[in-house]
Design a protein around this ligand. Structure first.
Ligand code: SF4
Length: 370
């Protein structure tokens, strides 16, 4: 089933407006403008938790984390990424005016913003400006890059804009393991870019960004791979990296080959309760797994975020997720709804989520050292 935004169709099962007034956390939290202090962030997280647990379909808050696709252009064709097979998506760069409108709408209401989704964000010449625009609205900024274009000049520009988190997608520990996965990347050049970035950050005496090297473990990884990876991670940590993070691949809701962790059980999709994904052209998807925009919820060239966030399409999708009525949707292939949980909440990344909220990015390295 394709969810057609232009027709404003609802999902079958849309229950209509059903505001849950039970939350003890809402008063004053989401109507206040301005700052993102820690208490505010915690209140937002608590409200998300409450409405997730009580299965609300209309949410009296805004998404607290956004994925904003600065561009969907990419220069690599990594083996686990749908980009390697995507010959149909139109490529482009997000307009800075549209971006400013987005951050204006979530100022004082969201915690953070990922400045990347399907593409390599460094293709966008205005990336540093976007970081500044978001920071001025007290939104924490997170960038995920393959680091292939992160030369000294771009690195300096980015560091001067003061993003809160920069994550380097770097799959492997040597030339063979890296270039086998990151098709188009050159091991020595990318690694040098990361080293220079860390060195310049150190020289400037910056506490931010929190830096992560993220490795997706290949399905055929053996003990030798893990041992070498661990040694590589230790070396990078000694060079100033904050976190070396090895994660299992997910299946991009069937948009990438291979399926991974299907734990027993089912959990209602958490993305529908805390986040929103915005493509470079302003179209809104419920999650980053919707690579081809098969569940378009709105268009921010015409719609306000708060209207999309509680519009009929997403209300219907929340209802269908609650009822586990997903058969004709992309969600039926998604392994994000089969994860280990604690008290009904996925445990994956829970430490980082709470660390970011409670400690803040400046202090994160004291809480999460791995
Ligand atoms: S179930 Fe998967 S595809 Fe569906 S909204 Fe959630 S993350 Fe996206």
């Amino acid at each position: 089933m394709r969810i057609d935004h232009s027709g404003r169709e609802t999902f079958s099962g849309d229950p209509g407006v059903e505001i849950n007034n039970l939350s003890p956390y809402i008063t004053g939290t989401f109507v206040m403008g301005g700052g993102v202090n820690r208490i505010e962030k915690i209140k937002r997280l608590a409200s998300v938790f409450w409405h997730y647990k009580t299965r609300s379909t209309v949410l009296p808050y805004m998404p607290i984390r956004l994925w904003v696709e600065t561009t969907n252009r990419c220069n690599l064709a990594c083996t686990m990424c749908p980009n390697a097979f995507d010959s149909v998506s139109v490529r482009g760069l997000m307009d800075l005016g549209l971006f400013e409108s987005i951050v204006d709408q979530i100022e004082g209401r969201a915690n953070d913003i990922n400045l990347s989704h399907r593409g390599e964000p460094l293709f966008h010449p205005g990336l540093a400006d976007m970081v500044r625009m978001a920071s001025r609205r007290r939104l924490a900024t997170r960038i995920h890059t393959n680091a292939t274009m992160l030369d000294r000049e771009r690195g300096e520009q980015l560091l001067d804009a003061r993003p809160d988190l920069v994550s380097f997608s770097f799959d492997g520990y040597d030339k063979e393991t890296y270039e086998r996965v990151r098709i188009g990347g050159i091991f020595e050049e990318t690694l040098e870019n990361i080293r220079v970035f860390l060195e310049v950050k150190r020289r400037k005496g910056l506490s931010k960004p929190y830096t992560i090297m993220q490795i997706i473990e290949p399905r055929d990884a053996d003990e030798s791979y893990r041992r070498n990876l661990s040694l590589f991670g230790q070396r990078m940590r000694s060079e100033g990296l904050d976190k070396f993070y090895v994660k299992k691949p997910h299946n991009w809701a069937g948009n990438a080959p291979g399926t991974t962790h299907h734990t027993p059980g089912y959990l209602v999709c958490t993305f529908l309760y805390y986040s929103m994904t915005i493509l470079w052209n302003g179209l809104v998807c419920p999650c980053p797994q919707d690579w081809y925009g098969s569940m378009i919820l709105g268009d921010l060239n015409e719609d306000r975020i708060e209207d999309v966030w509680n519009g009929a399409p997403i209300r219907g999708l929340r209802r269908r997720a609650i009822d586990r009525d997903l058969d004709d949707l992309l969600c039926s292939n998604c392994d994000r709804v089969f994860r280990n949980t604690f008290w009904g909440v996925p445990t994956e990344n829970i430490k980082a989520f709470f660390g970011e909220t409670l400690a803040g990015y400046d202090n994160l390295r004291r809480f999460i050292r791995k």
